[in-house]
Each structure stands twice: as C-alpha cells, then as structure tokens.
Ligand binder design. Sequence first.
Ligand SMILES: [Zn+2]
Ligand SMILES: [Zn+2]
Length: 394
Amino acid sequence: MTDLPALPGIRALEEEMIALRRHIHAHPELSFEEFATADLVASKLQAWGYQVHRGLGGTGVVGLLRQGSSGKTIGLRADMDALPIIEQTGLPYSSRHEGVMHACGHDGHTAMLLAAARYLAESREFDGSLVVIFQPAEEGDGGARRMLDDGLFELFPCDAVFAMHNMPGLPVGKLGFLAGPFMASTDTVTIRVDGVGGHGAMPHKAVDPVLAGSAIVMALQSIVSRNVAPLDTAVVTVGAFHAGIAANVIPDHAELQLSVRALKAQVRDELIVRITAVAEAQATSFGARATVTVDEAQRFPALLNHPESTEFARQVALDWVGEDGLIANMQPLTGSEDFAVMLERCPGCYLLIGNGDGEGEGGCMVHNPGYDFNDDCLPTGASYWVRLVETFLA
Ligand SMILES: [Zn+2]
Ligand SMILES: [Zn+2]
C-alpha cells in the first residue's frame, strides 16, 4: 500500500488488481495472439454486466455499459499485447511463456481499466455510455487501425476517447498531459543496395554494396542536421545493416533498415523524400543501385492530443490530485503509439502515468528485459479513469 491518491472503492480492489496484473504478466501473449487475455477480459466484463463485443481487430474486446438517459459516450482504451523479449526480472510472477514478456506495461494498463470498469459497473454514478476498448497489437502491428477498419467507431461512436500509458523515469503515479503533438510518427524504411559480388582480393572487379551502404549510413545523418529546421524534431536511426557472410567475399547486396520519427506531418514527408534522394545518389556514386521502400503496414502518424479533450482530462486530474499529482513541463516524446490513429477519427487525449524514477524497479525503461510495471500505480490509474468517466458523463 502506498499513499498515492486513490478512491476508497478502488483502494478496496487493490489486492485483486495486483493479483490480476501479475497473472497477466505471467501469461503474456504476442500481437494478435492475445487469446487468453481477451478471454479473461471478456469474461470479467460480462460478469459485471457489460455488453461485450469480440473480434474487432481479431482479438480485441469492447465492453459497453449504459446508464441513465444521456446520449453522451466516452471511450477508454487499454492495450493487451506483450513483446518478443526474454524476461530477466527474476520476479516470482515472471513470464511463463519463454521469449514473450510484458515489457511495456500493457498488463498494468489492462488491469487498471478492468478495475475501473468493475467499479463503474457497481457504482453507476454517471449518465451516458461507457465504452471500454481492449486493443490487441499496439507494438507496431497496427491493432488500433485493425479495430477501426472493423468498425470500432461505427459500432461504438464516442464523443471522446482516452488512453493511458505508464512511463519509467517519471515520478510514480503522477499524471502527464500535453496538448498537440505528443508522440512521434514512425516509418520503417528499407534500403536495398545492389552491387556486384566478387572476390575480396579483387575489389576492382566488383561493386561493393558494403562500402556504398556505409556511405549511405553516414550521409543519412546529414538529413536531420541540414534539412530539418533546428527547432523541429526528427530522428533517423539505422537499426539494422545486413550484408555478406565471409571475409574474402564481396557480397552482391546489402540491406539497411531505418526507423524514422517526426512530430509534424510536413517534416515526416520531407524525411522520406530526403532519405530516398540521399540513398539513391550515394549508391550511384559507387556504381551501385539503391531501392528504397517504406513499409506501409509499419507507418503510424504522430499522436496529436486534441486541445479541448486534453484540457478536460488535465482539469479532472487537477481537481482530484492537485498540481502536485501532475507531471510538470511535460515534453513530447519520440516514441510512437498507434492510439494516434484513433485520435485521427475521434477527439481525445493520451496521457502518461509515471512508473517511478528510481534505479531498477519502476525506473527501468519499457522494452528492457528487466522492466516491470509498478503496481503502486494501479489504484491511482484506475481511480483516474473513474474520475474521468464520472466527470465526462456527469
Ligand atoms: Zn511498447
Ligand atoms: Zn506500450
């Protein structure tokens, strides 16, 4: 138990919430394979009186709870998927599924939203409709888009939609809000460099794609520094460079994989144009040929928090926990989040909850094999959802 803020009715559910979170942590499932997690979520929602809809985005689960006569509707979204990481926390509730790990805290997000859903089904102190959205495949596979394609907002039209993500390095249980661009767009780009293979001892008889590829890696670094305005945000990372298998063989091709981030659509477009031009021209200068492809399935826009919804969400937090409970000077992040596509279709806000800023526990970054969701956040996060719903549907 901590002294972090929580509603008494949520505090009463704390032990159950922790047990549930750890159960989900021990049984992680990869994107679009959240079968057991979805079963668990659906059975609980059903038991609490929600109208449950399954199959949106494959393993997605949506629960609808109506109360009173107002036509107003709020949507709350949690993500359910885990990552292909070998867990190294050594915790008693470590992953039972080798090579799969809840290293982004989606176990915590699911547990928080379930606890709020249960509380609201019992208290029913709101007037309108509550839609709880349990999304599959947030980690790069486009679960949000799949849910939209399957008719999420046609079946469940929402006046506003909200999502919450934990963030290590920020004070535990504090809430962070920022209107406008908050998370970056992401594009995955592949550059294939074709040369001419040959003997390592006779490079003049070959066209070396390793050298051309290396020049491309170096030249790409000029884009952020020379083509993007100094006050704009952009990242070009070459995360993979594959070529060759032997010291004495010049391979015939090389492949680079890039992660490209921006906070503005215009910067994002310019990055792709420049990456293509730089890669092609560099390759040509070595007598090689570069082919640049952008993976359409791995593209996500920047996350833009709607000003009105963000101000509303922030005010709810402020009225409840005061200035002290908020993260001061929230800055945009260069990570990405596919909730961005839901915000393209519906007003809303994505907020953060601090996971702790200590060494190790809580402060270990998401996607690290030593990461764990901080259970101290559970009552605060769930209580915030309740306060948000009760205020939105007052
Ligand atoms: Zn993640
Ligand atoms: Zn995540």
